[in-house]
Design a protein around this ligand. Structure first.
Ligand SMILES: [Zn+2]
Ligand SMILES: [Zn+2]
Length: 337
């Protein structure tokens, strides 16, 4: 019987415990990956604490996996043993629904997340469908690439989906794990970038990531001073904001795109949308093709998440560091040799 050993979540608000799971034979379309690095995403905390009501215990968190292919099911395609690959939020989709067949696999109703009910990346090995096991391009920095697979594609997806122009003026709300990657991608994309942060000490860092302007996100006067200027406002926070002031920053035909898991409803006045023909939207992660495009773009422009490394054996310490809001800016677990 094949086994996977990892750090398992057994109940909400409990430390992870080291556990071994019998996983049986590898599925015909499954790939087994030996984990080298796994990013720690805020969604892992939300899943561990069952904040979204979808967690099935026990499970192994972790959905930003960098590793090597060690076993291939007999019907897998396009991968070879030993190949360096990444696995992000999604471990598998049905591959035959309209979304899967039209390239929107990340919108599949049968999507299986890598963490949550599945055995994720805080482990020695992870299994995923071959299509969601994405080869790493040459030149990418493996140690820091994990966070690209969830956070990175999440913030780059709207640029791909809405054909954001390099001349666009882009605002990024929240300079954390997602937001700092959004600034780096938007800078590589060529945009004029305004960072919104409630933390004054992050202003210089935001500029270092590529922001041209920094606005205090809790200062309505500062936000109102740039009213009507932004083509894309990317919301990466999961907290309540002065939505009226933020929506006011949108230029005519501007879009506010939400990728942060804000749990309270966001009020959107109809006239803000109607006058100026504005949009409010959101998206989850991206398809395997999106992820491959994102990785190639990141390798070409050397877009690297800022990371702090913990050994896998310190997974609980790494989670506590993230939960305390201390992560600058993403945490990555390194598999113990
Ligand atoms: Zn994530
Ligand atoms: Zn599907």
């Amino acid at each position: 019987m094949s086994k996977i050993q990892g750090w398992a979540s057994i109940a909400p608000h409990q430390p992870l415990e080291q556990k071994t799971f019998d996983v049986g034979a590898l599925g015909a379309e499954e790939v087994e990956v030996s984990v080298e690095y796994c990013g720690v995403c805020h969604s892992d905390l939300s899943l561990i604490n069952n904040e979204w009501g979808i967690s099935k215990y026990p499970f192994i968190p972790g959905h930003e996996v960098i590793g090597r292919v060690v076993a291939l099911g007999e019907q897998t395609k396009g991968l070879v043993i030993g190949q360096r690959v990444g696995i992000g939020w999604t471990a598998a989709t049905c591959m035959h629904c309209q979304q899967c067949l039209s390239g929107d696999n990340h919108l599949c109703a049968s999507l299986i997340p890598t963490a949550g009910g599945h055995l994720g990346g805080f482990a020695d090995k992870v299994r995923a469908h071959w299509a969601w096991t994405v080869p790493l391009p040459d030149g990418i920095d493996r140690a820091s690439a994990g966070p690209l697979l969830c956070g990175g594609i999440t913030v780059l997806k709207p640029f791909l989906a809405y054909n954001i122009s390099p001349t666009a003026r882009v605002g990024v709300v929240g300079i954390g794990g997602l937001g700092h990657m959004a600034i780096k991608f938007a800078a590589a994309w060529g945009c004029d970038i305004t960072a919104f942060t409630s933390t004054a000490s992050k202003a210089d860092e935001a500029r270092g990531f590529g922001a041209h302007h920094v606005v205090a996100s809790r200062d309505p006067d500062a936000i109102n001073a740039i009213a009507g200027t932004l083509d894309l406002l990317l919301v990466t926070v999961n907290a309540n904001m002065d939505w009226n002031a933020l929506l006011g920053t949108l230029a005519p035909k501007g879009r506010m795109h939400v990728v942060g898991a804000v749990l309270e409803p966001i009020p959107v006045p109809a006239f803000t949308l109607i006058l100026g023909q504005r949009d409010v939207s959101g998206s989850p992660s991206g398809s395997p093709v999106d992820i491959a495009r994102m990785l190639r773009f990141a390798a070409r422009h050397d877009v690297r998440p800022e990371i702090e490394m913990f050994p896998m054996s310190k997974a609980n310490e790494a989670l506590a560091h993230l939960e305390a809001g201390k992560a600058r800016y993403r945490v990555v677990l390194e598999a113990n040799a």
